[in-house]
Design a protein around this ligand. Structure first.
Ligand code: NDP
Length: 287
């Protein structure tokens, strides 16, 4: 028999998760602050609870997928979590996740925090490659790994409850850097007779080709030798910066997305690190 699941929060994400458990035959209890959303799931076979307390009482595995950390406080106030396996998929900071783990422990619950690396259309679609980072109770994760893996893949990243949030934010932060670079690239061609759709595949392939450079970065951070394997020296790259700035100016494009990174590269070079690549910039960021 399939593990029974309680899910609190039926927004876009909670509803997508809930449907995959229903489809896989897991008995499902649902609760949502606005009852209409729970009624939709009830029509699909879930049991709609009248209160969060009732939903929590229904099953030992309790999933929360709410807006933010404050809404978890509000929703779970007045529920009895003793003996429950609480899996919190609500996006939070590492500090909030650690505090929530302690909060759950004080209430007699095991705790697992999750960071969802997927958007709702990727839930229940294994080939889309989405997954959830999990951290906190290893025992809870191992016991429920199969059930947790029904909607989307699972990656356990350690006992520190804050790590799932940390990995989540790390990946999304890198993504925003990529979006910033792509925005600048599109801006450069904006006023020309160039079809953005002809740049897009070139851009996508180039970003994919450059992405494995993170492995070299990691190797350098591990060894402490930031010159190892470097083919594009910082001195050369800084010498090339005027090309980027002048090109942007010539195209009537603000360099403001690139400038902060360039500034860090210059600072690192001024400290005498011309033989390095770009890894030294990381040390300038860490206080
Ligand atoms: P939605 O805005 O669609 O849903 C928010 C949910 O939180 C609703 O169920 C809402 O209830 C509930 N809620 C908000 N405030 C409270 C409160 N004070 N008390 C009780 N319930 C409350 O968000 P999503 O479903 O998209 O997101 C849920 C979580 O998943 C978030 O933490 C989000 O960061 C994360 N996530 C979402 C992704 C996405 O692409 N959607 C991707 C990755 C993570 P009500 O219906 O009553 O308003």
């Amino acid at each position: 028999t399939r593990t029974s699941v309680t899910i609190l929060g039926l927004g876009a994400m909670g509803t997508a998760l809930a449907r995959t458990w229903l489809a896989a035959g897991h008995p499902l209890a649902v609760w949502n602050r606005t009852p209409a959303r729970a009624a939709v799931l009830a029509a699909e076979g879930a049991r709609a609870a009248d209160s969060a307390a009732e939903a929590v009482a229904a099953n030992s595995l309790v999933i929360a997928c709410l807006l933010d950390d404050a809404s978890v406080d509000e929703a779970l106030a007045g529920t009895d979590l003793a003996g429950r396996d609480l899996v919190n998929l609500t996006t939070s900071t590492p500090a909030q996740a650690r505090a929530r783990a302690e909060w759950a422990r004080e209430r007699g619950a095991r705790y697992l925090d999750g960071g969802i690396m997927a958007v709702p259309p990727m839930i229940g679609v294994p080939e889309a490659g989405g997954y959830v980072f999990y951290s906190g109770s290893r025992e809870l994760f191992e016991r429920h790994q199969e059930t947790l893996g029904v909607p989307v893949g699972t990656r356990y990243v350690g006992e520190d409850a804050g790590f799932a949030a940390l990995y989540d934010v790390a990946l999304l932060s890198a993504m925003y850097g990529m979006f910033a670079g792509a925005a600048h690239a599109f801006a450069l061609i904006r006023k020309e007779d160039i079809d953005p759709a002809s740049l897009a595949p070139l851009l996508a392939d180039w970003l994919v080709a450059m992405a494995p450079s993170v492995h070299q970065t990691a190797g350098q951070l591990r060894s402490g030798d930031y010159t190892k394997g470097v083919v594009s020296h910082l001195a050369m790259q800084v010498a090339g910066m005027p090309t980027f700035v002048s090109t942007a100016e010539g195209q009537g494009v603000s360099p403001e997305l690139l400038s902060p990174y360039f500034e860090l590269m210059r600072r690192r070079l001024s400290e005498g690190s011309g033989e390095e690549g770009l890894t030294g910039v990381i040390d300038l960021l860490v206080h």
